[in-house]
Design a protein around this ligand. Structure first.
Ligand code: PDD
Length: 283
């Protein structure tokens, strides 16, 4: 049974979700002025915690904020929030805090708003999902894990209304990433993923998949994927902390490959699941 009112962390306090309240003058509410992380938890242990906290530090620095907590403090909060051994996700958000009035410029000397909660991860659809391609209408600093997600929200909704699970964003003729995931494609037997830069989020799952491919001699290139290549790809996958490595079996109404998860994905998924198992066992 999912606890409808779990204990969450807000600004130094642990309290039921229903009682966690933030001021309407919070800059996250008024401007989307903040950053976040989503960290998967297997067997009570966060996956790649150090990497997630490192990315959080970069996001904060990019929006000119100091880290509100040290790594050990974050870890202690997460340990208090994680309940049981089932698959869960930690969501954490840091906003610039509560101003005294609505003003775009940073109010001097305010304390950040720090929030964290832990909720179950939804099961992954093993048969794969459908996706659409859309024009990337986001801003130019997509490497920052900002809570300002209006474009991503609109694009994901467009996908859902088309009966799909994800929208793959296309910028200047190249497939970039999903609305909330990174992108991989198998083209002529080679696993491709766009290189890191300011146009994509440097996904922690993406890095793990790259590492696994390299460690297991799966041919891989980090390079741009043109829309034409994506449309011809033998396999297309999306990756994220909550969806793991998920095959896209239909793109814009056409089958990808034979319309089933492909052999490279089957291999990668087995390797990825093994990593999760090792973490569950504390290895
Ligand atoms: N989103 N690209 C975008 C735009 C994302 O929002 C995400 C993750 C990723 C994958 O990153 P990672 O592997 O570190 O989860 C790529 C999270 C899960 C979310 O917004 O819920």
């Amino acid at each position: 049974m999912v606890n409808q009112d779990p204990i969450v962390y807000l600004n130094g306090e642990f309290l039921p979700l229903s009682q966690a309240k933030v001021s309407v003058l919070d800059r996250g509410f008024l401007f989307g002025d903040g950053v976040y992380e989503v960290i998967p938890v297997y067997g009570g242990r966060p996956l790649r915690l150090a990497e997630h906290l490192e990315r959080l530090g970069k996001s904060l620095s990019d929006i000119r904020m100091e880290p509100p907590l040290a790594a050990e403090e974050w870890a202690a909060i997460f340990n208090s929030l994680i309940q049981g051994g089932h698959d869960q996700q930690i969501y954490l958000q840091v906003t610039r805090g509560v101003g005294t009035r609505r003003d775009h410029a940073f109010p001097p000397g305010i304390a950040p708003t720090v929030f964290a909660m832990c909720t179950p991860i939804a099961p992954i659809p093993a048969a794969g999902v459908k996706a659409i391609t859309v024009q990337d209408i986001r801003w130019q600093w997509c490497h920052i894990k900002a809570i300002t997600l209006l474009a991503n929200v609109l694009q994901r909704q467009q996908a859902v209304e088309a009966g799909c699970a994800e929208a793959i964003m296309v910028r200047d003729g190249y497939a970039i990433e999903g609305a909330a995931s990174n992108l991989f494609a198998v083209v002529e037997g080679v696993l491709l993923t766009p290189p890191k830069g300011t146009d994509i989020l440097p996904g922690i799952t993406r890095d793990l998949v790259v590492e696994i491919a390299q460690a297991n001699a799966i041919p891989l290139q980090e390079r741009k994927i043109s829309l034409a290549e994506l449309n011809q790809a033998e396999e297309v996958w999306m990756t994220s902390s909550t969806r793991e490595v998920l095959p896209i079996v239909e793109l814009d109404g056409r089958k990808v490959g034979n319309g089933e998860p492909g052999p490279v994905w089957v291999r990668m998924n087995a390797l990825y699941q093994r990593r999760k198992e090792l973490l569950r066992k504390g290895l």
